[in-house]
Design a protein around this ligand. Structure first.
Ligand code: ZN
Length: 482
C-alpha cells in the first residue's frame, strides 16, 4: 500500500536496500545515552535492533554471544560507533514545513506575530500540491540530518488543491516517523479573524476531510510510523465551534489534538477581548486539555494555566528560536517543568525560525531559559530530555524517546571528532548541547538506516533542493503576478 501512494519524484533505488531486513548491531559508542528510567549513560555502548524494535541495550563488552556471532559472520548490519555519542532520536513537536519555501522573506523579517502573518498569508495562498510535497521533503531532510527521527507537521492551509496527503507522501518517502496534523482556518477577516478569506475553509469540509484522513492513514499501533492529529490553527483563525467539534471527532477516534496558544501579548489580548478569557481558560472551556492535547508556544501561559496543564497532563511545544525571532518572549519552561507540565521542543515553521536544526533548538532551549531565569534554570541533560522523553510524552507515545528493549529503534550518532567538539571530551553528552550544533553521522528510524556517514539515504538531496529552489521562486512569481 505504501508503495502505491508514493509520489512522482521518487527514485526507487532508495527504497529497496537489502540491509533493511537485517538485524542491526551498533557497537563501541563512546557514550550511549539511554534516557531510560535510570537515565543511564553507557560507556562503550552497544545496541541490537531487529525490525522496528530494540532487542538489547548495554555495554559492548556485555553483548550476548549470539549477536557477537551474527556480527562476526556478516549476518547483521554492523554500525561502528567508535568516537560517537549515540542518543535516542530527537522529537520535533511543532513545525510548518511548507514555510521552508518562504524563509527570510524581506517583508516579514522584522515583524511580531500578527503583522508577520499578515505579510505572509497572501504569499502562502499560492502554494501548490507539489510545493507542499517538496517543501516537506526538504524540511524533513534538514531535521533528519540534525538528529530528529520523529516529527509533527502542522499544515493549516490547503490552496489550489493541496491536501495533507501531499506531506504524508513526502514523509513516507523520507522514512521519517510522522505525526501529520490536519490544521485548519475557518475565521476569515470578514468574520473578525486575522487571515484573509481566500485562505480559510468551510467548517463542514474541514471536519469531513479530518475524518477521511483519520480513516485512511491513522495508525494507533506500537512503532506506528504515521499518526493523524486534528489541529485547528489558533484562537484568531478558527471559531470555537470548530475547536469543540474537532475535539469530539478526535476523541471518537483516539487521535491527538494540537493548536497554537498564548504565543505573545497580542494573542492574549485577542482572547481577552473576543472571549473574555485567558488562553488557558479558553482551552479548558473548549475541552482542549488532557494527555491527548498539546499546545505550541505558551509563552504567556499564566500561573493558573500552568497549574491547569499540570493537573490535566496537557502538553506544551516550546519553540525557543521562533519566540526569539518574533520577540514573543521567554516561555516559563522552568515553572512548567517544576509544576509537572509535559514539555517538548519544536523548531516551529521555517518562516519564523529560518534554521530548523533540531540539535540547535535543544541548545537554544537551554540558553533561553538561562537568559530568563539564571544559569541553573536548565542543564544540558534536561534540554536533551525535553527533546526525547518530553517529545514522546507530549505526542502521547511510550515507544519512542528512550533506548531500551521493546522501544522503537530510533537513534542517532554524533561524531565527537567534529571540530566543534574539540576540547569537550570531558563531558561528551553535555558537549552536544553546549557546543556548536553538529549534524548526525548516522540516523536509524524504526530499525532502518536513513543517514550513514553524514549522508541522507532516502532522498537524492541535491535533486530535491534543486526542485525546492525552483518552486520557491515560482511561488514568489505567482504571488507577484496576482
Ligand atoms: Zn506554529
Amino acid at each position: 500500500g505504501a508503495i502505491a501512494r508514493l509520489g512522482h519524484s521518487l527514485d526507487l533505488r532508495f527504497l529497496f536496500r537489502e540491509e533493511e531486513t537485517m538485524t542491526l548491531i551498533a557497537l563501541n559508542a563512546d557514550v550511549l545515552v539511554t534516557m531510560d528510567a535510570q537515565r543511564r549513560e553507557i560507556k562503550d555502548g552497544a545496541l541490537v535492533a531487529d525490525g522496528p524494535a530494540l532487542l538489547w541495550v548495554g555495554a559492548t563488552a556485555d553483548l550476548p554471544a549470539q549477536y557477537r556471532r551474527m556480527a562476526d559472520e556478516g549476518q547483521a548490519k554492523v554500525l561502528d560507533m567508535r568516537g560517537k555519542v549515540v542518543t535516542p532520536g530527537l522529537i520535533n513537536t511543532h513545525h510548518h514545513m511548507y514555510q521552508s519555501l518562504t524563509r527570510a522573506v524581506p517583508a516579514a523579517q522584522d515583524a511580531e506575530l500578527f503583522s508577520w502573518l499578515q505579510n505572509l498569508y497572501m504569499l502562502w495562498s499560492h502554494l501548490t500540491p507539489e510545493m507542499i510535497h517538496v517543501s516537506t521533503q526538504t524540511a524533513m531532510a534538514e531535521l533528519m540530518l540534525s538528529g530528529c527521527t520523529t516529527t509533527s507537521d502542522h499544515l493549516y492551509l490547503f490552496p489550489n488543491g493541496s491536501r495533507l496527503d501531499d506531506s504524508i507522501a513526502a514523509a513516507q518517502q523520507m522514512g521519517m516517523r510522522f505525526h501529520a496534523a490536519r490544521g485548519s482556518m475557518s475565521l476569515g477577516r470578514s468574520k473578525g479573524g486575522l487571515p484573509p478569506d481566500v485562505v480559510v475553509e468551510e467548517e463542514e469540509a474541514i471536519l469531513r476531510d479530518s475524518l477521511r484522513l483519520i480513516q485512511q492513514y491513522h495508525d494507533g499501533s506500537r512503532h506506528a510510523m504515521l499518526r493523524v492529529v486534528l489541529a485547528p490553527c489558533s484562537p484568531f483563525s478558527v471559531t470555537r465551534d470548530l475547536m469543540r467539534e474537532s475535539a469530539v471527532l478526535a476523541r471518537e477516534h483516539g487521535v491527538s489534538l494540537h493548536t497554537h496558544l498564548a504565543e505573545n501579548d497580542n494573542d492574549v489580548a485577542f482572547s481577552r477581548e473576543k472571549f473574555g478569557l485567558t488562553p488557558a481558560q479558553y482551552a479548558e472551556d473548549l475541552g482542549w486539555v488532557g494527555r491527548d492535547v498539546w499546545h505550541a508556544h505558551c509563552v504567556k501561559l499564566d500561573p493558573e494555566g500552568i497549574a491547569l496543564f499540570a493537573r490535566t497532563g496537557t502538553g506544551v511545544s516550546h519553540c525557543p528560536c521562533s519566540n526569539m525571532r518574533l520577540a514573543s518572549g521567554i516561555a516559563p519552561i522552568r515553572s512548567m517543568r517544576d509544576a509537572g507540565v509535559p514539555v517538548s521542543l519544536g523548531v516551529d515553521g521555517s518562516a519564523s525560525n529560518d534554521g530548523a536544526h533540531m540539535l540547535g533548538e535543544v541548545r537554544q532551549a537551554m540558553l533561553l531559559q538561562r537568559v530568563g531565569h539564571g544559569p541553573a534554570a536548565m542543564s544540558a541533560r534536561e534540554a536533551l530530555e525535553i527533546a526525547t522523553l518530553g517529545g514522546a510524552r507530549v505526542l502521547n507515545r511510550d515507544d519512542i524517546g528512550a533506548l531500551a528493549p521493546g522501544m522503537s529503534a530510533d537513534f542517532v550518532a554524533f561524531d565527537m571528532h567534529d571540530v566543534g567538539y574539540a576540547g569537550a571530551g570531558h563531558d561528551p553528552v553535555a558537549a552536544l548541547v553546549f557546543c556548536t550544533p553538529a549534524n548526525v553521522s548516522s540516523s536509524v528510524i524504526n530499525g532502518r538506516v536513513v543517514v550513514e556517514d553524514g549522508r541522507l539515504l532516502t532522498a537524492d538531496l541535491p535533486v530535491v533542493l534543486g526542485q525546492h529552489r525552483k518552486l520557491a521562486r515560482s511561488l514568489f512569481e505567482r504571488a507577484a503576478g496576482q
